[in-house]
Design a protein around this ligand. Structure first.
Ligand code: AMP
Length: 542
């Protein structure tokens, strides 16, 4: 039909082009793994991203191919966000906290063509390189002066800055199909092997628009944004894209995520908003409190990935006048689904009621719909009391995990989140429990099945059950419940040392409780809920 609007595809590169043309002088500050602070502008970011896009072409990378990154939050990672996705290949961010075997599995499954890495991860990359066949090229994200000697390498080792220098900065971002893939992130928040979630250009741009809105992360050109949430964890909750869209100054913390380093960076760069998991904020608050200091510029912080404790909301809002935005999301959702920001009539509620409200995970962004259902799949009322399985659907919700070997996770067109929640009359969702059998510790997943599998390798273990137990620092930690074989004298420490080298160190349970039996349901399945009721507070102070 004539007279309609222009048809421009929603593309990741258009966010960078916008930042370059309309916010070209805006700053990006990065703490580097090399130990210094790097500063440049969006204009320079765009120029170097184009050089890198040309370099990828020279390396023979084709559209749709996956390019892995194992890197902290920094400007080179940001360049790859746009160079890779913008040129039509798929940015695959890898989580360095995973065990090397899991990383190898994910890299092979994604068939990563090239693997970029920060110097910190050289030993990890060397172990990975010995285990995988797919990436033929490894690129150290540094300059020639800092290039490592890597003799025992499975593939070709290149230098990031060499690639940039040798490439032209003229590159036309291709007009891709907006439904083509832009990035890939694996999640262990499901049972079985980690699963890949493939984002499209369209889903990423729509998520960026919605997540930047005043009732969501409330970002503007006047902000100085510090993404503490890693760029390897669901695109740092979309903040690199959002910063480009709104033209905010960006501050990248690199590998230093302790309270002191974060506080110094926040004050030096006059950060106005930040985002991360509760564990990181605990470290920051402890440091600021020990100094008797407060924040001179920070106005709000997005807290998600795990429930935000009320004491943390209190500390930020009452002691430091930093507004807390409690958010809920998932890798499968790009990630943001809900944010807890008040409606007009809630603004004037008494403080205790507003705090109670902020313990909820909040209301849906436009573009995401949600519902709660019972065991039969029937929808439950939004009364704030009836808990049900939380399901979502929308523009940035996955419909199928990456790889042809998996069946669709959807139920009647809805994505089952594995979270149990209530929804109140105002549409505020609150997570009350979890039906999926995983543990979230410091914002990262631990597979209880993987822990149980290791325990079963021990010859004196008759039955092993791993549950999530509440923890004052990490939100949750794995607790292992074990029935020993008859006559066994196995001690807890002995069993825990059996985990050395078999799983990532931080996956190892903090304690073993030996039990006589474990409760089983009618189908012979372990009743983990009962065990969580009994032992779920094991790590909390009495
Ligand atoms: P991930 O895919 O690693 O981002 O993890 C998503 C899962 O983390 C959700 O399904 C929830 O189980 C949990 N989660 C995320 N945000 C919150 C929150 N604010 N409160 C409670 N659980 C959360």
């Amino acid at each position: 039909m004539q007279g309609l609007m222009m048809q421009q595809p929603l593309l990741v590169a258009s966010l960078l082009t916008h930042a370059e043309r309309h916010h070209g002088e805006q700053k990006i500050v990065s703490r580097r793994v090399e130990g210094d602070v790097h500063r440049y502008t969006y204009r320079q970011l765009a120029k170097r991203a184009r050089r890198m896009a040309n370099a990828l072409g020279t390396l023979g990378v084709k559209r749709g191919e996956r390019i892995g990154t194992l890197a902290w939050n920094g400007y080179r990672h940001m360049e790859l966000y746009f160079a890779v996705s913008g040129s039509g290949s798929v940015l695959h961010t890898l989580n360095p906290r995973l065990h090397v075997d899991q990383l190898a599995y994910i890299i092979e499954h994604a068939e990563d063509r090239v693997l970029f890495f920060d110097l910190t991860f050289l030993p990890l990359i060397e172990s990975v390189a010995r285990r995988v066949k797919s990436p033929k090229v490894f690129v150290a994200m540094t300059d020639r002066a800092h290039m490592p000697q890597a003799d025992d390498f499975g593939g070709m080792l290149m230098c990031y800055e060499d690639l940039i220098e040798q490439s032209d900065d003229v590159f036309e971002w291709p007009l891709l199909d907006e439904n083509s893939a832009s990035s890939l992130c694996y999640t262990s928040g499901t049972t079985g092997n980690p699963k890949g979630v493939l984002y499209s250009h369209r889903s990423t741009v729509l998520h960026t628009y919605a997540a930047a809105l005043p009732d969501a992360m409330n970002c503007s050109a006047r902000d100085v944004i510090l993404p503490v949430v890693p760029m390897f964890h669901v695109n740092a909750w979309g903040l690199p894209y959002i910063a480009c869209m709104v033209g905010a100054k960006l501050v990248f913390p690199g590998p230093a995520l302790d309270g002191k380093s974060l506080y110094e960076l926040i004050e030096q760069e006059q950060v106005t908003m930040s985002a991360g998991v509760p564990t990181v904020w605990q470290g920051l608050l402890a440091h600021v409190d020990a100094l008797g200091a407060t924040f001179s510029s920070m106005r709000r912080t997005v807290i998600g990935g795990a429930p935000c404790p009320t004491a943390m909301t209190d500390a930020f809002q009452n002691r430091h006048q930093v507004e807390v935005l409690h958010a809920w999301g998932m890798t499968e959702l790009s990630p943001i689904g809900t944010i807890c920001s008040f409606k007009a009539h809630q603004q004037s509620l008494p403080m205790p009621q507003r705090h109670a409200l902020q313990a909820k995970q909040g209301r849906s962004l436009c573009g995401i719909d949600m519902r709660i259902v019972d065991a039969n799949g029937d929808e439950l009322p939004w009364d704030g009391e009836s808990p049900g399985d939380l399901q979502v659907r929308g523009h940035w919700v996955t419909q199928q995990y990456f790889g042809a070997d998996v069946v669709s996770p959807l139920c009647d067109g809805w994505f089952p989140t594995g979270d149990i929640a209530t929804i109140d009359r105002d549409g505020f969702m609150q997570i009350t429990d979890r039906s999926k059998d995983v543990i979230k510790s410091g914002g990262e997943w631990i597979s209880s099945a993987a822990i149980e599998n290791v325990a079963y390798l021990h010859p004196e273990v008759s039955m092993a059950v791993c549950i999530a137990a509440r923890h004052p620092k990490w939100d949750e930690r794995p607790l292992l419940l074990v029935v020993k074989k008859s006559g066994s004298e196995l001690a807890g420490d002995e069993l825990l040392s059996f985990f050395n080298g078999r799983v990532a160190r931080w996956w190892t349970p903090d304690a073993v409780v030996f039990v006589e039996t474990v409760p089983l349901g009618a189908t012979g399945k372990v009743l983990k809920n009962q065990l969580r009721d009994q032992f779920g507070e094991y790590y909390l102070p009495a």
